[in-house]
Design a protein around this ligand. Structure first.
Ligand code: GLU
Length: 429
């Protein structure tokens, strides 16, 4: 079992998988999860590792390694993103797939959880190479993905263009009369290729909404509140943009090139324009470069980790000044850091709730494709807000009623939903 494997590992080397397993075990203990169902949920259903050759622009062949881990499908088809990053490996995909299972269950979606990707630094490749890598990866995945089986979506360093290449490759492998039935094999597509209005901003909008709901609950006015963001990709940008609209002020932002600070505020649009022209935040002038290990200790009201996992650890948690941490990333806070933050009375809006706007937006896209419908931006945003508010209130109520932290509450709701499905259906044969 995964959990046994982790326990034997050196704690210093524990990664996201150890983190998600400890979160799962803690919540399972809290609800007294049926031990047989615990065995099932503690392990992934299917794990696919593919090695595939791609011709580079130079004419040389490079062999890449791709992953797709399908954790659980008790509630519906596997669902989750594809990430292109050097940290992608089997354990990372397992951890992220598990988080997807809890996330979709918590949101009440008819989905299970999966995750995958390719272990690459996409910055090292041309657009043409990335297209061939993506298409060849899709071909290698073959019928292990499918619109009613496993539906990938964007994640770190993948976007609507990546999804369009996957869709086109997948459809091209089907017979002509089957092709258009497969539009919902991926979500997060460009609008012209079956995408949905609002999917691009759905994750960041959801992060913003969670902060807004938290503020309402605690009678906090977001106007003039300060926030810091780690990672200025799709999630970091959109969350910042919506918060700025509400009158809050971005004062520090961190990406791989450094940490940029300006106590008077950084214009989100200016930062985004800069990033779009330069490709990163490197050299951004209207902020000063501060040491990266100072980022989480910045004096602020709201902290949004929107990059990789295990960023908030026992090393930096004691210095965190924010009142609320809104987890745009998956698994940004490790278990040790969480204990420290809870003692400091800092609210953590857990990832499986806070960034669930993305997969909820994906669900809306999938429904539209399946039903031949096209919804307006207003409809999508309205439905998203309604769904997220229900989840948010439920998590906070369970936390209060059962005297647990919001993450444990979120896990409890998700796991109980899965437990019920297994109890009602039984185990084949
Ligand atoms: N990659 C996103 C996540 O981690 C979205 C997944 C999806 O839409 O399927 O939640």
């Amino acid at each position: 079992m995964i959990s046994e494997k982790i326990k034997k590992n050196d704690p210093a080397k524990r990664g996201m998988l150890a983190n998600v397993m400890r979160q799962f075990e803690h919540a399972s203990d809290s609800i007294g999860l049926n031990p047989n169902i615990r065995k099932i949920l503690a392990i992934t259903n299917n794990e696919l590792v593919v090695h595939f050759p791609v011709k580079m622009d130079s004419g040389e062949i490079e062999v890449f390694t791709g992953y797709r881990v399908q954790h659980n499908n008790a509630l519906g088809p596997y669902k989750g993103g594809l990430r292109y990053h050097p940290t992608v490996d089997l354990d990372a995909a397992r951890a992220l797939a598990m988080w997807m299972t809890w996330k979709t269950a918590l949101a009440g979606l008819p989905y299970g959880g999966a995750k995958g990707g390719i272990q690459i630094d996409p910055k090292k490749y041309s657009t043409a190479e990335l297209e061939r890598i993506t298409r060849r990866f899709t071909y290698a995945l073959g019928d292990n993905i499918g619109p009613e089986l496993d539906i990938p979506a964007p994640d770190i360093n993948t976007n609507s263009q990546t999804m369009a290449w996957i869709l086109d490759t997948y459809m091209s492998t089907k017979s002509p009369n089957e092709r258009s039935k497969n539009l919902h094999v991926v979500t997060g597509k460009p609008l012209g290729a079956g995408g949905s209005e609002g999917r691009d901003r759905a994750t960041g909008f959801g992060v913003f909404l969670c902060v807004k709901f938290w503020a309402q609950q605690n009678k906090v006015d977001l106007k003039d509140k300060t926030f810091i963001v780690q990672g200025f990709g799709n999630v970091g940008y959109w969350a910042s943009s919506f918060l700025e609209n509400e009158g809050a002020k971005l004062i520090a932002v961190q990406d791989v090139t450094g940490t940029y600070y300006n106590k008077d505020g950084i214009s989100v649009e200016e930062l985004n324009d800069y990033q779009n022209s330069v490709g990163s935040l490197e050299g951004f002038k209207n902020a000063s470069l501060i040491p990266s290990d100072k980022f989480f200790g910045t004096e602020c009201d709201i902290c949004i980790p929107a990059a990789l996992g295990n960023q908030i650890t026992a090393a930096n948690a004691p210095g965190i000044k924010a009142k609320v941490i809104a987890e745009g990333a998956n698994g940004p806070t490790d278990v040790e850091a969480e204990e420290i933050l809870l003692q400091k009375d800092i609210t953590i809006i857990p990832d499986i709730l806070c960034n669930s706007g993305g997969v909820i937006g994906s669900y809306f896209e999938w429904l539209q494709n399946r039903n031949g419908e096209i919804w307006t931006m207003e409809e999508v945003m309205e439905k998203l807000e309604k769904k997220l508010k229900t989840s948010f209130d439920r998590v906070m109520n369970v936390a209060k009623e059962r005297g647990v932290d919001p993450r444990t509450a979120a896990f409890m709701i998700a796991i109980e939903r899965l437990e019920q499905a297994y109890i009602q259906r039984g185990i084949f044969p």
